[in-house]
Design a protein around this ligand. Structure first.
Ligand SMILES: [Zn+2]
Length: 255
């Protein structure tokens, strides 16, 4: 947020400079283009904490990492993943799309019963989510909260922005809803990986304490690689814990 403010102040100073010096109007074009470009480009890098403070890695004092899964629940792959996590006695965090919960309530309850954490990943995960005004963003988040609360009896506090995009309306909604924004520092790109080997090669070298991995519980490939990854983590002396445990923050608001 401070970085956003700093960019706007710098832009303001340049505008004042433009006015004072009396430069031709067309000098404004590159100025606005650079300012817009910076905001657009940085909105895609959650790790920069440009608009929103996002937790993107944990402390490396504990021998633990956090595996996070977006876009579920998925009737086919989420149960397979839960079985794999259970086999390794590993805990994970699921960022759920609200509309996907209907018909999969049992899976969400199972996540919580088995010690995993659930968080909010918007209601529709719309392609245009990052263009919504703050009010609409907050409405979506609250709808997902209510849907989750109906199943597990508690309101999530953790939010993972769709596509990892952050911008001023999302920042405003997050502040109003008092969410903790969860990013990542290891992006598996599992939805783009063509083979299990490719995915495994990308994530295996990233088994370092404190890391937060981003996966999706939407393919068998991911489930299989998670099975191998958990084996490797155990060999490396690392535990997979929920992201709230890794960050030592609260995952739910209980009233
Ligand atoms: Zn997503």
């Amino acid at each position: 947020m401070l970085k956003h403010l700093a960019v706007n102040i710098a832009f303001g100073i340049l505008l004042v400079g433009w006015a004072v010096v009396g430069m031709p109007w067309y000098w404004l074009l590159p100025l606005f283009a650079v300012h817009g470009g910076i905001l657009f480009f940085w909105s895609y890098f959650i790790q920069l904490n440009f608009f929103v403070k996002a937790h993107c890695r944990g402390a490396d004092t504990d021998k633990a990492v956090a595996l996070t899964f977006d876009d579920g629940p998925d009737a086919t792959f989420t149960p397979m993943l839960l079985d794999v996590l259970k086999k390794h006695n590993a805990k994970a965090t699921f960022f759920l799309i609200g509309k996907n919960i209907a018909g999969s309530e049992g899976l969400v309850q199972r996540m919580v019963d088995e010690g995993h954490t659930v968080g909010n990943h918007s209601y529709n995960h719309a392609f245009w989510f990052d263009l919504y005004p703050a009010k609409r963003v907050l409405e979506e988040l609250k709808l997902t909260d209510e849907t989750i609360k109906k199943v597990i009896g508690k309101k999530p506090l953790l939010f993972r922005p769709p596509y990892g995009v952050t911008n001023p309306p999302i920042a405003k909604a997050v502040k109003r809803g008092r969410y903790e924004v969860i990013g990542w520092n290891v992006r598996s790109l599992d939805t783009m990986a063509k083979t299990e080997v490719e995915l495994a090669q990308r994530v295996f070298p990233k088994c370092e304490k404190g890391n937060i991995f981003l996966f999706h519980d939407t393919s068998e490939k991911t489930v299989k690689v998670i099975d191998q990854l958990l084996e490797k983590l155990t060999k490396d002396g690392l535990r997979a814990v929920t992201v709230d445990e890794l960050l030592d923050i609260k995952a739910y608001e209980i009233d």
